[in-house]
Design a binder for this molecule. Structure first.
Ligand code: ADP
Ligand code: ZN
Ligand code: ZN
Length: 673
């Protein structure tokens, strides 16, 4: 072969052709350095050809490949198959898909297989954590383990969903399965939503797998990532624990992929290559003939309906293996409470008493308030306007620690004004709740309690998150208040009270998954209470006590929630009962954007026989970072028709988009705002 396609990390739908210089032997998947214009860039070899002219060349003359950067192909044949599939399905150029899947350090132009490894200053395992004792599986757990271990042995694709209530011992099953797969000389992947939130699990894995374990997540430096990735490629690491991008770890003879908390939205990448690690995990598993195990106490509607349709084998764990019982959930109707008491405090008296009692018993409390900051907005009582971000169409949030109003979308910051910026009135107030508001109130009421806060602001400081979780586990914190970060996966025996505020705030958002998200969050956070001998209780303050997602979460009734939500999705034509593809358009120039949206509308009207196209319309958040946003949503039951329609819009946008307008396509979108 004389010519090679080279995929560069660019948003172009095609590779470039280069000459393979005499004496150089390359195969698909090799990493090479080539020239592009006057630059030298790194790319991945695709197909090889006898003749030139298959693909577009950069200049008039075809250039030679400059050099091979790694003697071993960095993309195996099966990985290529998976990424090619992803490129088609997610309508993203293969070059971009590859640059997401490979460690970014590989794209820095240098030989990577030199003997000199990049220096790893800090081992990813530097942190210590006391680990759990080993337990033997109970009969329910053992049955799941046996069934799946057998399949992992058989080298067949076997997708399964483990629906097990919080604390039902899913992690124990995962560990046993992983050990078994390793014994059979295979490798395995274990994906978690956020690694920083699960130090116990990581420490446990480290203890069990030692040097065979690789960690892969965004908290690592580029060099650490490359190091871990290379250990997988070379075969010294055989189990990978990581977040969504760990799905691309170059493990050979993969036997098992576990995706824990499969419902979690952080499995979806929200930029450039917008893949879903759960969905792509199933594709990788199919290509590699592996067992793919999805686990959750609150499965996504997508996964549970697949399981019910028989596409995944369903395993259910309804009991906790310990003496622990699932906690009772008590709802407080806050509208009624406020009418009655005229209270301006964020915590109601029952919550207050429950916390006091927990402190008296030397037990621990978690308080969830899914909004950071002090108040959600600076509101003028005279003109009834909130203070909006100048770059985004959202209200600014007051942050007490630095006395600033902050935009959560673009990080715009400004001092808290003393008068209304719109009308000059002095009659202003702060509206709404945030983690800082609640922290402040708790401090006032319980001055001697040891209080900590977990949210995106407090965890900016390196090490704070881990330290806080550790102190919580050691009983050195009495009350932990925070956002959804406090809801995920923690197993702290002395937590006996969980307080929940503002769970209904999301229900009003124009997002068809709003009910599902509050159901999941409430169930997950409730699952943190009473995980050991001491019974737990959960108090939920809500303005929507009758909402079915809150009602079902209180009764621990996933199936009922599922049925009701599914019938809503069916009627409204939303996933999993229909397929969605969303196009987003944005520009700093509103007129140019709107003009283009008019053209697109005309084009859509002529697209006869296609799927339903909603829009073009303004996005729910009309402006972010100074860019105006519009969208088109394609939906339909017929998956191929939706995909075909999307291809036509992509082709139209690709060739007609005016300069200064950007577009992106999001297949199976999660974020609807
Ligand atoms: P999940 O991942 O389903 O939320 P975990 O695996 O964290 O649940 O288990 C919850 C608790 O139950 C842990 O403290 C764990 O050590 C304990 N546990 C799990 N399986 C058993 C078992 N078979 N016997 C005794 N304790 C168990
Ligand atoms: Zn005003
Ligand atoms: Zn902003």
């Amino acid at each position: 072969m004389n010519y090679a396609d080279v995929w560069l990390p660019l948003p172009l739908p095609h590779p470039f052709t280069y000459i393979i210089p005499p004496g150089l032997s390359v195969v698909p998947g090799h990493l090479v350095e080539v020239s592009l214009g006057r630059r030298h860039v790194v790319g991945v070899i695709g197909f090889l050809h006898e003749k030139a002219g298959h693909q577009v060349a950069t200049d008039k003359e075809i250039k030679e490949i400059i050099r091979l950067l790694d003697s071993r192909p960095v993309v195996t044949e099966s990985m290529f198959e998976c990424l090619n599939w992803a490129s088609r399905y997610y309508m993203t150029p293969l070059g971009e898909v590859l640059s997401t899947a490979l460690p970014s350090a590989l794209y820095r132009r240098r030989r990577t297989d030199s003997k000199k490894e990049p220096t790893i200053r800090q081992s990813p395992f530097a942190e210590h954590w006391e680990t759990e004792k080993e337990v033997s599986l109970n009969a329910e757990q053992e049955a799941v383990y046996q069934a799946l271990a057998e399949k992992a042995d058989a080298r067949v694709f076997h997708p399964a969903l483990l629906f097990g209530i919080t604390g039902s011992g899913k992690t124990e099953i995962y560990l046993k399965l992983l050990q078994q797969v390793l014994l059979k000389s295979k490798t395995a992947l274990f994906l978690v939503p956020e690694i920083g939130l699960t130090p116990q699990v990581v420490a446990r894995f480290r203890q069990v797998f030692g040097e065979k374990l690789a960690l892969y997540h965004s908290g690592l430096t580029e060099n650490q990532r490359l190091h871990e990735w290379r250990r997988c490629l070379e075969g010294s690491a055989r189990v990978v624990v990581g977040t969504r991008s760990a799905l691309f770890a170059p493990l050979a003879s993969l036997g098992l992929i576990i995706i824990d908390e499969e419902h979690d939205a952080s499995y979806k990448q929200e930029e450039r290559f917008r893949y879903h690690a759960r969905d792509l995990g199933l594709v990788r598993g199919k290509i590699e003939n592996a067992v793919v195990l999805l686990g959750s106490a609150t499965p996504s509607l997508e996964s549970f309906s697949n399981a019910r349709a028989g596409k995944y084998r369903l395993f259910t764990l309804r009991e906790r293996p310990t003496q622990a019982v699932t906690p009772q959930i008590r709802l407080i109707d806050m509208a009624a409470y406020k009418r009655q008491t005229k209270s301006v405090l964020s915590l109601c008296s029952e919550m207050h008493e429950a916390i006091a009692e927990t402190l008296r018993r030397k037990e621990q409390a978690l308080v969830l308030i899914n909004r950071r900051g002090f108040a959600s907005s600076f509101f003028c009582l005279a003109c009834e306007k909130s203070h909006l971000c100048p770059n985004c169409s959202v209200s600014l949030t007051y942050h007490r620690h630095n006395k600033q109003l902050l935009c959560h979308y673009c990080a715009f910051e400004t001092k808290l004004p003393s008068i209304c910026p719109s009308c000059g009135s002095r009659e202003t107030t702060l509206l709404g709740l945030g983690t800082e508001t609640v922290e402040e109130e708790l401090k006032t009421w319980f001055p001697r309690a040891r209080l900590s806060r977990l949210d995106r602001d407090s965890t900016q400081k390196k090490g704070y998150l881990l330290q806080t979780l550790k102190r919580m586990k050691e009983g050195k914190i009495d009350i932990l208040v925070g956002t959804q970060m406090v809801a995920k996966g923690h197993d702290i025996p002395n937590v006996t009270l969980v307080g929940v505020l503002g769970i209904d705030a999301g229900l009003g958002l124009p997002d068809f998954r709003a009910a599902e998200k509050s159901f999941q969050l409430l169930t997950q956070v409730a699952g943190r209470a009473g995980r050991a001998e001491k019974p737990g209780r959960v108090i939920v303050q809500t303005f929507a006590p009758d909402h079915f997602s809150i009602q079902c979460a209180c009764r621990n009734d996933y199936e009922r929630f599922f049925e009701q939500e599914l019938s809503f999705r069916r009627e409204a034509g939303y996933p999993p009962e229909a397929r969605l593809i969303q196009f987003r358009f944005s520009s700093a120039n509103e007129k140019r954007l709107i003009d283009f949206m008019r053209c697109l509308k005309v084009h859509l009207d002529h697209m006869a026989g296609g799927p339903a196209a909603l829009g073009p319309s303004k996005a729910p958040i009309e402006k972010i970072r100074g860019r105006f946003r519009w969208q088109v949503l394609l939906k339909g039951k017929n998956r191929d028709a939706v995909q075909k329609g999307a291809s036509r819009i992509a082709a139209f946008a690709g060739s007609n988009i005016p300069s200064g307008v950007q577009w992106a396509v999001d297949v199976d979108p999660i974020s609807m705002l």
